[in-house]
Design a protein around this ligand. Structure first.
Ligand SMILES: [Fe+2]
Ligand SMILES: [Fe+2]
Ligand SMILES: [Fe+2]
Ligand SMILES: [Fe+2]
Length: 399
């Protein structure tokens, strides 16, 4: 079934506003929910936050009062959507449990996007980044065992493996080396634009989350680990946002944002296992169709082009949360020692990388290393969840 969001009718904007009762969603059950339902919630929260912040930035640069009022009206609804989505998360889960779920999103969403991305340069950006969030998952899982005495499989289940990826201490690069070449808005496939926007939004929310929750811990190792990984999420946002063509007009960017929201809500409506959550994806899709219509009208009027010229004619393959174990093992065995140089990738450490490493680490082992040693000392062994056999690299097998 093909679905063209430009041809579908949504809910009129004045009927999209919800009262307190409607906003007061019942959270998912942390012990029985499908881990991928939680991943979809975290993804859509990141998408809504990006749509809100994008709209604020647009409004700050837009001199037309009528457009600013329109942006404010749509943005209020985006805010209500963000509340309905993010409040599906249960208050019962600890910050660290939510953190582990955030990294599970980064792993399985980025891996899926990498597998589906048609452009080789963009695909490489996702393959490169996913090996780092994969390692973050392992570091946080060890922190979790150490300070909460629980195992990360309680959160990720058997869907995502937990073991070393590219070691976190190697993620600290010179900022210059985090800026990639952008796609060409005229030549890039519409699906490539959606992928870039999705991963950028997810990483941005992870960055925001660690910036805010990191200091809420008392344990020094936890505070330090959030600082360290928080700085890497800054690198990831720089890496992914630089893939988007900065020459896209504000109208075009708004159009792409609304289209991407339609794409993701439609995808999750198709793949959601929890019927109650599915009704929220469906409701929000019907709201987004109207946002898209509004953005398309303003695009025609102010950009002078036809939305069909820049958007996909039908929605691409639905975004799916599914295990990527074999794929990730393959990436680990081939790309673990990659780093970046300028806008490209190299296999060996270069001078600028070395200098940055020396400056940041200053001969002290970072928290990402100490958390493993500390947990090994306290729990007898480090935490891993290796489902498909030993670590793909002999040097990283546990002994
Ligand atoms: Fe939205
Ligand atoms: Fe991460
Ligand atoms: Fe990340
Ligand atoms: Fe929207």
């Amino acid at each position: 079934m093909t679905f063209n969001p430009l041809r579908e009718r949504g809910i009129p904007l004045d009927r999209q506003v919800r009262n307190w009762r409607e906003l007061d969603v019942t959270p998912i059950d942390p012990d029985h929910a499908d881990p991928y339902t939680r991943c979809r919630i975290i993804t859509m929260n990141g998408i809504e936050i990006e749509s809100i912040m994008f709209s604020h930035h647009f409004a700050r640069r837009c001199p037309d009062l009528g457009v600013r009022q329109r942006l404010a009206e749509v943005r209020y609804v985006e805010q209500q959507q963000q509340k309905a989505v993010n409040w599906l998360l249960p208050g019962l889960a600890s910050v660290l449990e939510t953190t582990i779920a955030y990294e599970q999103v980064a792993v399985d969403l980025t891996a899926w996007v990498a597998r589906m991305e048609p452009d080789p340069y963009l695909r490489k950006a996702y393959e490169f980044g996913v090996l780092e969030d994969f390692d973050h998952l392992y570091r946080y899982a060890n922190l979790y065992e150490m300070i909460e005495h629980r195992k990360a499989e309680k959160i990720v289940d058997q869907l995502t493996e937990v073991m070393p990826g590219r070691p976190t201490k190697m993620h600290h690069r010179h900022p210059v080396d985090n800026v990639r070449e952008h796609y060409d808005r005229e030549k890039a496939k519409p699906v490539s634009k959606l992928h870039a926007l999705t991963i950028m939004s997810a990483e941005q929310q992870t960055m925001n989350f660690y910036m805010n929750v990191g200091p809420m811990y008392m344990e020094p190792i936890a505070r330090q680990l959030y600082q360290e990984i928080g700085l890497i999420e800054e690198e990831h946002v720089t890496h992914y946002e630089s893939l988007l063509d900065p020459r896209e007009t504000w109208w075009e960017q708004w159009l792409n944002h609304e289209y991407n929201e339609c794409y993701l809500y439609h995808s999750f409506m198709e793949t959601e296992s929890d019927p109650r959550v599915r009704t929220i994806w469906e409701l929000h899709l019907n709201m987004e169709l109207e946002h898209l219509r509004i953005a398309a009208d303003l695009f025609r009027e102010h950009d002078g082009r036809d939305p069909e010229q820049v958007l996909a004619p039908t929605l691409p393959t639905p975004v799916a949360f599914e295990p990527n174990k074999g794929y990730l093992r393959e990436l680990i065995s081939t790309q673990i020692d990659h780093t970046t140089l300028g806008t490209g990738y190299v296999q060996e450490a270069h001078e600028r990388f070395q200098r940055w490493q020396e400056q940041v680490h200053d001969d002290v082992e970072p928290a990402s290393e100490r958390v493993i040693d500390d947990n090994r000392a306290r729990s007898g062994e480090e935490y891993r969840l290796e489902i498909e056999g030993g670590h793909p690299l002999y040097s990283l097998r546990s002994h």
